[in-house]
Design a protein around this ligand. Structure first.
Ligand code: SF4
Length: 66
């Protein structure tokens, strides 16, 4: 289990992470990133790690809990 954080000063709302981790990230009606789940585990956690590796501005943080 891990906490997902976004560095909102860096995020450019490219939406790339929403295609890689669609269960966790989405786009709002204003075309800005929305984090759907702030705590993830299992396959969703794997997807978040993949999204973090692909984020063009390194805005996705993953911090293991406890
Ligand atoms: S891939 Fe990175 S820059 Fe693009 S929306 Fe996700 S967090 Fe923001």
């Amino acid at each position: 289990m891990a906490d997902v954080t976004i560095d909102w000063d860096r995020c450019i709302h490219s939406g790339m992470c929403t295609t890689i981790a669609a269960n966790v990230f989405g786009m709002g009606p204003d075309a800005r990133l929305v984090v759907l789940h702030h705590t993830v585990t299992g396959a969703d956690l794997d997807s978040v790690h993949d999204a973090a590796a692909c984020c063009p501005v390194d805005a996705i943080g993953v911090a293991a809990e406890g």
